[in-house]
Design a protein around this ligand. Structure first.
Ligand code: SF4
Length: 414
């Protein structure tokens, strides 16, 4: 029988770090997806001094340090606060996150909307503000998002989504709905988002167990919505985008701290490297000429055909206590053999943390009795007829991943 796994059910912050096998995870939530070079320097130096020498990019555009010793948590947090990366009080840090598209220009409608929503969330949705209304704090899985006018983040998970529309108005959608509510003024859009979050805070208290995502109860929300089909969008690969800037990828979404210090050594402190929800960096048009600094292909991905873009992996062993294998090493090992139109996510156990939305095949390590085996299946499809292989077999012949993926799809044609 396979082992159960532990679901944490909450997300770490700087004031509420999460313990892992290799130490503490401290998460920083960038304001408007923006981190200046001077702040990246602080993150990199902290990672080298107190972490595992990497900076992880998360799927929602956060950054986190891993492997921090408990004795260092206080001073590390103080340094992050001094750098303006973390709020100075826990109440503010525990307000819901406001994720933001990196695709905006300073002061444009998207940027102003993100700033306004962030301020409103901080004032009205922090735990103490909700407590004054007799409401419990919103769950840490709950989050809001400001998208760009093209809705490039449409497939990014969020409970409440706002954006400025190309015709100068604003819009809000809830959960995974394809319908949205149009609004003429930004203030109305921000107020509507706060009202919806407060409604969820109250509504969830009537359920046991209390839901952590708005989607579970949104059908009860008493408001009309104008139906509008938004265009489907896909993840963006490292490349130049028209009239804007450059995307820079990092292997498996993890930045080597020393490599980052080397790259930013000659950049001005105020230059921005924004974070994307696809675990990459965005250099906007004003700073795009710095893109040429990311030449070391060991640490940076600048070409759309880089094989490492076709794999992703969770933390896995040995850093994660629940991991049955070194998921990251296996992912990089098979990457050159993954077909161009496929994406393989490698998971150290059946929990599937950070499962990539673009994955077309999923490898999970499962312990049965004494042995570990790999299950290859379609992601998020419980009816998949899985293919079972041993880690040693795939390690010895990584090229067989091509045939395994072919067989998986053949076996599961419906
Ligand atoms: S999926 Fe990976 S990171 Fe998550 S618990 Fe399992 S081994 Fe750990």
């Amino acid at each position: 029988m396979s082992e159960p796994f532990i679901v944490q059910g909450w997300c770490p912050t700087a004031w509420q770090p999460m313990q892992s096998q290799d130490g503490w995870i401290v998460r920083v939530r960038p304001h408007c997806a923006s981190i200046q070079v001077v702040q990246w320097r602080v993150l990199a130096e902290l990672s080298l001094a107190h972490g595992d020498a990497q900076i992880e990019l998360t799927r929602l555009g956060n950054v986190q340090l891993r492997g921090v010793a408990e004795s260092q948590l206080f001073s590390l947090r103080s340094t992050l606060i001094a750098a303006g990366l973390v709020p100075a009080d826990a109440d503010e840090d525990l307000a819901p996150p406001v994720h933001c598209t990196p695709f905006y220009r300073q002061g444009d409608a998207t940027h102003v909307l993100a700033q306004s929503l962030s301020a409103a969330v901080c004032t009205h949705l922090r735990p103490s503000a909700l407590q004054r209304l007799g409401l419990e704090a919103l769950p840490s899985k709950f989050g809001l998002l400001v998208d760009d006018t093209q809705q490039r983040l449409k497939n990014t998970h969020a409970d409440v989504r706002l954006w400025a529309t190309p015709d100068g108005r604003y819009a809000m959608s809830a959960g995974t709905a394809l319908t949205w509510i149009p609004m003429a003024r930004m203030e109305d859009a921000v107020s509507a988002a706060i009202d919806l979050a407060r409604w969820f805070a109250r509504e969830r208290m009537a359920h046991q167990p209390m839901p952590t995502r708005l989607q579970r109860v949104i059908a009860q929300f008493p408001r009309d919505a104008t139906t509008h089909g938004a265009a489907d969008t896909e993840s963006l690969s490292p490349s130049a985008l028209p009239d804007a800037g450059r995307l820079i990828g990092v292997p498996l979404g993890r930045i080597d701290a020393q490599a980052l210090l080397d790259v930013i050594a000659h950049m001005p402190d105020t230059a921005e490297l924004r974070v994307t929800p696809w675990r990459s960096l965005w250099i906007d048009g004003d700073s795009a000429h710095w893109g040429k600094a990311f030449q070391d292909t060991t640490h940076w991905i600048t070409q759309t055909d880089d094989a490492r873009l076709r794999v992703s992996a969770c933390t896995g062993a040995p850093r994660c206590a629940q991991g049955h294998m070194a998921a990251q090493a296996l992912a990089l090992h098979i990457a050159p053999h993954v077909p161009q139109n496929a994406h393989v996510h490698v998971s150290g156990c059946a929990k599937h943390c950070a499962l990539s939305a673009e994955a077309t095949a999923l490898i999970s390590a499962v312990r049965n009795e004494e042995a570990v085996q790999l299950d290859l299946r379609k992601p998020k499809d419980n009816d998949t007829q899985a293919i079972h292989i041993t880690p040693d077999s795939l390690q010895a012949a990584p090229q067989q991943i091509q045939k395994l993926i072919h067989d998986l799809h053949l076996r599961n044609q419906r």
